[in-house]
Design a binder for this molecule. Structure first.
Ligand SMILES: [Zn+2]
Length: 338
């Protein structure tokens, strides 16, 4: 915890910078504070499907917590939102973008998985969009009620960390909104004559990892099962490599193939196989290298140095994640070998 003095020193500078940037951007602050970085809305060609793209990197003051993607589908009877971004202010900005496109009510919000960078924006929808129901895979409940000893990311500790790292965008008034409805293996629904399918592919990157297919338009919201343009994050006790790879196989065999993929992080793609390739190749590469090292009794440090990382070393998040990822997999391989 910072001292009062550090807070006093930090807050005015931080707030001043934010206000200055937001004046430059000429967008009014949200009820949860300003969003000063550009917040551009994109549309999937030929479909009433829209999305915003987060910045690469870990959530911090430089990106104001906007590191993940989110999107929405406009139907004749309401809007289906997928993921809610990493701060209440970002959630509110997303709601504003929706209102620039349609007056339809928010029918529901589907959450790909309960991790801070995808859910803190829910608060804005609950407080400013008519309290729409939130849908998530059942294991989201483990996150909401979780403790440090439960499986998965500890929600309260993460919230405390974000109140530091993302202040003033995440502060004492930021809350974790639980899901109103949950599903197990998956579910389908229809809104305004558009068919949707939710499917649980976790535990992969997180226990509840789920995707949403907008069937009529061949659009796939993949959540963090697919990472694009950066090194995937594997260094977590809740990551399940085998199941993750199975989930990617499932996606790559979908018939008909989705024509457009919006991942949880990184740019969208109109080539599903290509979008899957980085995540799958990376996981497979790390696993193969670490499995061989364990089989040959090579200590981790030595194995890590001896592994050729050239295919990945220039990707964002390589420095931050690669060694931890490799170590996590090494330990897993070691445990398997006993
Ligand atoms: Zn994420």
């Amino acid at each position: 915890m910072p001292t009062c003095a550090s807070r006093l020193l930090r807050v005015p500078l931080c707030v001043l910078l934010v206000i200055a940037a937001s004046v430059l951007a000429a967008e009014t602050p949200t009820p949860y504070g300003p969003v000063s970085l550009p917040f551009k809305l994109y549309q999937v060609p030929g479909a009433p499907v829209y999305y915003v793209i987060g910045h690469s990197g870990v959530p911090g003051a430089d990106n104001e917590g906007h590191t993940s993607n989110a999107g929405f589908v406009v139907t004749e009877e309401g809007v289906v939102v997928f993921d809610a971004l990493g701060t209440p202010a970002l959630g509110y900005r997303l709601l504003q973008r929706i209102r620039e496109v349609t007056d339809q009510p928010i029918d529901r919000i589907v959450i790909s998985h309960y991790h801070a960078d995808h859910i803190y924006g829910l608060q804005a929808f609950k407080e400013h969009a008519g309290d729409p129901p939130v849908w998530a895979q059942r294991q989201a409940l483990g996150y909401v009620d979780g403790t440090a000893s439960s499986q998965g990311e500890d929600a309260q500790r993460r919230l405390a960390q974000r109140r530091e790292a993302l202040f003033p965008w995440v502060d004492e008034s930021t809350i974790i909104v639980p899901p109103d409805h949950t599903f197990d293996t998956g579910t389908t629904f229809e809104v305004g004559r558009i068919s949707f399918e939710l499917k649980h592919l976790g535990p992969a990157h997180a226990p509840g990892d789920s995707i949403m297919l907008v069937k009529d338009y061949g659009v796939l919201f993949s959540g963090d099962v697919i990472y694009k343009g950066r090194v995937p994050f594997l260094d977590s006790p809740e990551t399940d490599i085998d199941r993750w790879l199975q989930g990617l196989d499932y996606l790559s065999s979908l018939e008909p193939q989705p024509r457009y993929v919006i991942p949880g992080h990184g740019r969208p793609s109109d080539n599903l196989q290509q979008a899957i390739a980085l995540t799958r190749d990376y996981i497979t590469y790390v696993r193969t290298a670490m499995r061989k090292a364990v089989a040959d009794f090579v200590p981790f440090d030595e194995a890590y140095e001896a592994t050729d990382w050239s295919a990945y070393k220039d990707l964002p998040a390589f420095e931050a994640s690669n060694r931890g990822n490799a170590y996590r997999i090494y330990l897993e391989m070691e445990a398997e070998s006993f």
